[in-house]
Design a protein around this ligand. Structure first.
Ligand SMILES: C[S@@+](CC[C@H](N)C(=O)[O-])C[C@H]1O[C@@H](n2cnc3c(N)ncnc32)[C@H](O)[C@@H]1O
Length: 209
């Protein structure tokens, strides 16, 4: 399925998608797939090219996905990928910090998005996402934690090469994310997925109380 997703993109974005599939390896993907609700509407915030809207929409056909991203070009490509894979997905250009998110979602996810958002916007953004979930709904956050430090430096160097010197990069330790989610009425659990590559990946799943 990953090959079909990449194949639906133009060459440059296809190369990016293949690199993303190298970073988010099958084990990590299957963990997140299991943590997300198997049916119902899902919100994909910072959906980029819609790689994971297509992936999570295709693994469980009972899901429908709504993706939001800042980039109009990425949103156009996400719509194309979803149409090619025949997944139930809609997309819109927007800033997750202030776009209307709606409510009643069975689940929401943010994959390597939060550390691209300025630190002072983390809590208000997560508060909006929590409100968009139905009671019992699950938020899955995949991000980069701050330990081990060498892994963080490695990831920061790659992120800087991608986003340039001026864009915000705001990483937090997973315990800090967990405390923040707890304070927003969500019950968080941290899932560490060991990887051969030095990325300090962390996944948090948090259910709305
Ligand atoms: C590293 S990419 C990850 C994309 C996708 N989630 C993935 O895993 O391939 C980060 C994405 O977050 C988007 N993004 C960053 N800040 C955002 C915001 N405030 N609202 C919506 N999207 C945002 C960027 O445009 C970019 O597409």
């Amino acid at each position: 399925m990953l090959a079909r997703i990449a194949g639906a993109l133009p060459p440059v974005e296809r190369a990016y998608a293949l690199a993303r599939f190298g970073v988010l390896r099958p084990r990590l993907l299957s963990v997140m797939d299991e943590l997300l609700p198997s049916e119902g509407p899902l919100l994909d915030l910072g959906c980029g090219f819609g790689l994971w809207s297509a992936y999570f929409g295709a693994t469980r056909p009972g899901r429908s996905v709504h993706g939001v991203d800042l980039s109009a070009r990425r949103i156009a490509l996400a719509s194309r990928v979803a149409a090619r894979l025949e997944v139930r997905a809609t997309f819109e250009v927007g800033d997750a910090r202030d776009a209307p998110l709606g409510d009643g979602y069975a689940g929401a996810y943010m994959l390597d998005v939060l550390h691209h958002v300025p630190a002072d916007a983390h809590r208000p953004l997560l508060e909006r996402v929590a409100r968009a979930l139905r009671p019992g709904g699950a938020l899955v956050v995949k991000d980069i934690t701050t330990s081990p430090r060498a892994g963080l430096w490695f990831t920061r160097a790659l992120d800087r090469a991608m986003v340039g010197l001026d864009a915000p990069l705001a990483y937090r330790h997973h315990d800090e994310w967990a405390r923040m989610l707890d304070g927003l009425g969500l019950s968080p659990r941290v899932v560490r997925v060991p990887d051969l590559l030095p990325f300090p990946h962390v996944v948090l799943v948090a259910h709305r109380r």
